[in-house]
Structure formats: structure tokens, C-alpha cells
Design a protein around this ligand. Structure first.
Ligand code: FAD
Length: 496
């Protein structure tokens, strides 16, 4: 059933999802809306989620955020990609960078040219043809080089990020209520959420509720019983232990994802500290073992106590149910390997703004929103499963399981296509472009049997100079860049 016009928006939760939603809705659409955010100091936020992908810059641009001020305020560093270490095999590594590798043509991506070069002994490492990747490897960074912007994202302190967004939201008249929600009432006829009861006795009413309550899923699940598609069959990790440490070296312009015996470890370098964590599967390692392993693998003194986080991978069956839209961890979680969660929060926000139900909540809007969110989550799921499944590791039960497990049919098809012919097609709503799939599939050791015949239109000599030119250009551009730390000090030194 349709609901009359939407004026009062209630956001439940003040983590990254809640404050980002509050800032965006109020600043971009808010003049005629009343936006209230409820958060509980007693419950707190998850406190992780510090690596992002380049799409973050799009929403920041819409919000007219000054990058220098922002980066200073959040202890930020720049990110050019992720270094995957020990994933394919122990002591092997590759970088999945945000830059474009080489140059393809209308019929075939660059990796086809590179493959032929490799067969002829003309190609260097695939990454050598990408400026961002080479810059990451040599710890160099600038916003642009040769008047071309690099493709980059941010690392930041999650607590400071929420604070930064809160300031924008409150300046745009978002009302904040601190308190714990203890009861959610739904309308008997429509099933729509009508009132939230706070522990203080206060009652909050709204037209549209945005559930950003984290894994609790207070409204979308506990009140509306939306149900969850569980992906633990393909993504077996279900826990993380996180700790912050003091920096012992200059921040690298990339995240490190280091595969361990039963999961993987992250290292996210900020200006003055490092965010660390171990994501693991509790079937293969106990919480105590995981914590000891993490502590034995971090550098620098501990700034926080290790914190255990339990999670389940998957997504809600509906992201928008009745008059509730779930964002952030309340909507789903594909695990943090490719830093996609905050991106999905942003996608949900932008989609909501595009389909804003000012004149009433309509089933068609809801269906479209759910279809688009679900699709996008599924593509990300496949991309993450790829990293686990395409491994040559046989040294632990966890990796044996990942290597031999059944995978989603959609991913199986992509792998077959690439293995047989090197072909990759980016689908609508697939976050990861051809080049990302190529970097990770090659990085994980999947070599196509053939390259596209269009490559044979080039003579071997032309192919050789084509490859040399691209590699030479990337190398030359990187030498023009300052060291990452030097750039940060000049551009956006943290306000301590
Ligand atoms: C181990 C791990 C690593 C991650 N790493 C990354 C990463 O590198 N990059 C990335 O993009 N994402 C990452 N994520 C995901 C990221 O942390 C989240 O997407 C992001 O922080 C948003 O969280 P949230 O706001 O949905 O939830 P939370 O931060 O948990 O906030 C929930 C809010 O709801 C409030 N709340 C809950 N119940 C009530 C109640 N009853 N009454 C009132 N208020 C209530 C809480 O007080 C809090 O304010 C990671 C997640 C995990 C688990």
C-alpha cells in the first residue's frame, strides 16, 4: 500500500552509514524535509571501515567537501589500490590498483596484448603498465600528473569520518537525539513503521525510516523481519579482530591484505597510526588464536585493545521494506576485502535521492531500488569470492576448502570465459570494470589459453614498441611524483 507524502525522515544509527546519509539527504535535498538521527552512545559504532574506493570522491564532490580540509580532519592518507600478499601462493603478491593498466582497443582489453607479449618474452609484470600501481609500489603520490588526475581513494579514521559528516549534517539542520531505542511500533493495517520508543520515554514518529543500526538491523530485521540471504557457503570468514597501532614508518599509499592460514590480515596506514585486523573463519581458528596471531603480526605499539567483531556475509532479501530503507551493515556485508561497504552505503544514498518518495512511498520505486541494490551486491560478492577461490595454496584446511568449494554459477561462467579466451565483459551495475577483473584473475594465477586474434594485426616489432611505450610512460610519470608522505605534509597534514 502507498504511504502519503514523506517529510519526516528518521535515521537510526550514527555510524558511518547514519551520518553519511544524514549529511547527504539534508545537504542535497533537505530544505523541505525534517531529518532526525538517533544514536546510542551506550551501544557505540563498529569503529572499523577505514579503507575506501575512488567512488567516494563522487559523493564528496556533490557535498562540496574540500579535500584538503577533509583529509586533515580525518587523519587521512591516499590509497592507490590493495596489495594482495600470499593469496595466490605463499610469498607471492600483486596489487589490484585503481588505475588503468595499459591501453586496449574496441575488441580486446590490454591484457590480450600483454598476453601475446608474454608468450613472445616481450612483456614485463602486468602491473608495470599502470601508473597508479607503479606509484603505489614506489610509495609516491600526487593528485595528478601531466595534468591527468590519478585514480585514488582514501584511508581515514572511521570515528573522525563520522564526526566530519555529523558536522555537515548538523549545519544543514539535522536534529540529533542521543538515546537507545527499546521498541519499534508498526501500523496494524499497513505494517509500516510508525513510532520508535526511546529508553528515555521519548517517542519519535516518522514517514521514512533509514535503518543504519549496523549488524543489529533494528528496524529492517528485528521489526520488519525482512530475512537475509546468507553467503557463508562462499565467503566462510565470519569474524574479525581489530586493533590500532602507532605508525612505525611512513604511510604507504595502498592497503595491505595479507592472507593468513585461516583468513587474512589488513593494514590500513593513516597519517599517524595504522588500522589492523584479522578476518578469519571460526571453524579453522579460535578467537584466542586469532588475536595472538594478529598481535604477533602488527608493527608498532598498541593504541587500543583488540576488539572481536562477529559477522555474517550476505544481504537482506529487501533493502527497502515498507517505509524502511537499510543502509550500511544493516543492509548487508560482503566482508571488507575490497573495501566496498562504504561505497554501497553511498550507492544506497544516491539511489534514494534519485528515487526520493516525496509524494508517497510507491511499490514500483521500492522494487526498482531493491533490484538495483541486490544486483550490485551480487557482483561484489562474486568478485570477492574470486580472490578466495582462485588460489594455489594447499598448505591449510581453510585454503583447501576455498580452492575446492562450489562457487556461484555467475562467477563460474566468468572464470571459464577468461580461462578459455581471456574475455571479460562488464555488466550493468558491476562495480568492478574489466581491468579490475583482469588484474585480480591474473594476479591469482589464472592465465587465459588464448589472446584475441586482433592482437595479430600488429607485427611483433610493433607490439614490442607498443608495450615499451606504455611501460616507459608509466615509469616516467611515477618519477615526477613526490613521496606520499611528502605530499600529505604539504597538502593535508592531520590536525592533531
Ligand atoms: C571487520 C570489518 C572491517 C571493515 N572494513 C571496511 C573497509 O575497510 N572499508 C569499508 O568501506 N567498509 C568496511 N567495513 C564496513 C564498515 O565498517 C561499515 O560499512 C561502516 O562502518 C558503516 O557501519 P554502520 O554505520 O552501518 O554501523 P555501525 O558503525 O555499527 O553503527 C550503528 C549505529 O547504530 C546505533 N544503534 C544500534 N542499535 C541502536 C539502538 N537500539 N538505539 C539507538 N541506536 C542504535 C549505534 O549506536 C551506532 O550509532 C568493515 C566492516 C567490518 C566488520
Amino acid at each position: 500500500m502507498d504511504k502519503p507524502s514523506v517529510e519526516k525522515i528518521v535515521i537510526v544509527g550514527g555510524g558511518t552509514a547514519g551520518w553519511l546519509a544524514a549529511a547527504s539527504i539534508s545537504k542535497l535535498l533537505g530544505d523541505n524535509l525534517q531529518v532526525t538521527l538517533i544514536e546510542s552512545d551506550e551501544i557505540g559504532t563498529i569503529g572499523v571501515g577505514e579503507a575506501t574506493i575512488p567512488t567516494m570522491l563522487v559523493l564528496h564532490h556533490l557535498l562540496k567537501i574540500n579535500e584538503q580540509e577533509f583529509m586533515s580532519a580525518v587523519n587521512g592518507s591516499f590509497k592507490l589500490g590493495i596489495s594482495f600478499e600470499n593469496w595466490r601462493a605463499l610469498n607471492e603478491k600483486y596489487i589490484h590498483s585503481f588505475g588503468l593498466t595499459g591501453k586496449g582497443c574496441w575488441a580486446a582489453g590490454f591484457h590480450h596484448f600483454w598476453l601475446k607479449g608474454k608468450k613472445l618474452g616481450l612483456s614485463d609484470d602486468f602491473g608495470n603498465y599502470c601508473t597508479e600501481l607503479m606509484a603505489a609500489k614506489s610509495d609516491r603520490f600526487a593528485i595528478s600528473v601531466d595534468n591527468e588526475k590519478l585514480n585514488y581513494a582514501y584511508h581515514f579514521d572511521a570515528g573522525l569520518y563520522a564526526k566530519f559528516m555529523r558536522k555537515i549534517a548538523e549545519e544543514s539542520n539535522v536534529k540529533r537525539i542521543q538515546g537507545k531505542i527499546i521498541n519499534v511500533t508498526t501500523d496494524e493495517t499497513t505494517g509500516f513503521i510508525s513510532t520508535l520508543d526511546l529508553q528515555s520515554g521519548e517517542q519519535i514518529q516518522g514517514d521514512l525510516f533509514i535503518d543504519c543500526s549496523g549488524f543489529a538491523g533494528l528496524i529492517i530485521e528485528k521489526a520488519l523481519n525482512t530475512k537475509f540471504d546468507d553467503w557463508s557457503e562462499w565467503l566462510p570468514c565470519n569474524r574479525a579482530v581489530a586493533v590500532q597501532t602507532a605508525s612505525t614508518s611512513e604511510p604507504a599509499p595502498y592497503t595491505r591484505a595479507i592472507a593468513r592460514d585461516a583468513g587474512w590480515q589488513w593494514k590500513i596506514p593513516l597519517q599517524s597510526r595504522v588500522g589492523n585486523g584479522l578476518v578469519y573463519c571460526s571453524r579453522y581458528i579460535s578467537d584466542t588464536e586469532a588475536e595472538s596471531l594478529l598481535l604477533s603480526k602488527v608493527d608498532g605499539s598498541l593504541l587500543t585493545k583488540p576488539r572481536l567483531i562477529k559477522f555474517r556475509t550476505g544481504q537482506r532479501k529487501l533493502h527497502w521494506n515498507k517505509n524502511c530503507i537499510a543502509l550500511g551493515l544493516a543492509a548487508g556485508f560482503v566482508e571488507p576485502l575490497e573495501s566496498t561497504s562504504i561505497h554501497m552505503v553511498q550507492k544506497g544514498i544516491i539511489r534514494l535521492l534519485q528515487m526520493f518518495p516525496r509524494e508517497g512511498i510507491k511499490a514500483a520505486d521500492r522494487n526498482e531500488f531493491n533490484y538495483q541494490m541486490r544486483e550490485e551486491f551480487l557482483f561484489i560478492r562474486d568478485f570477492i569470492v574470486l580472490h578466495y577461490h582462485l588460489t594455489e595454496r594447499t598448505d591449510t584446511s581453510f585454503w583447501n576448502h576455498c580452492r575446492s568449494m562450489a562457487i556461484p554459477e555467475t562467477l563460474r561462467h566468468r572464470l571459464d570465459l577468461f580461462r578459455e579466451s581471456g574475455r571479460i565483459f562488464q555488466k550493468d551495475r558491476d562495480l568492478f570494470a574489466e581491468n579490475s577483473w583482469a588484474q585480480v584473475m591474473l594476479g591469482q594465477g589464472l592465465m587465459p589459453a588464448h589472446y584475441h586474434p586482433i592482437v595479430n594485426m600488429m607485427t611483433d616489432a610493433d607490439l614490442s614498441s607498443f608495450l615499451k611505450d606504455i611501460e616507459g610512460r608509466a615509469t616516467r610519470r611515477v618519477t615526477q611524483l613526490p613521496k606520499h608522505k611528502q605530499f600529505i605534509d604539504r597538502y593535508c597534514k592531520a590536525i592533531v
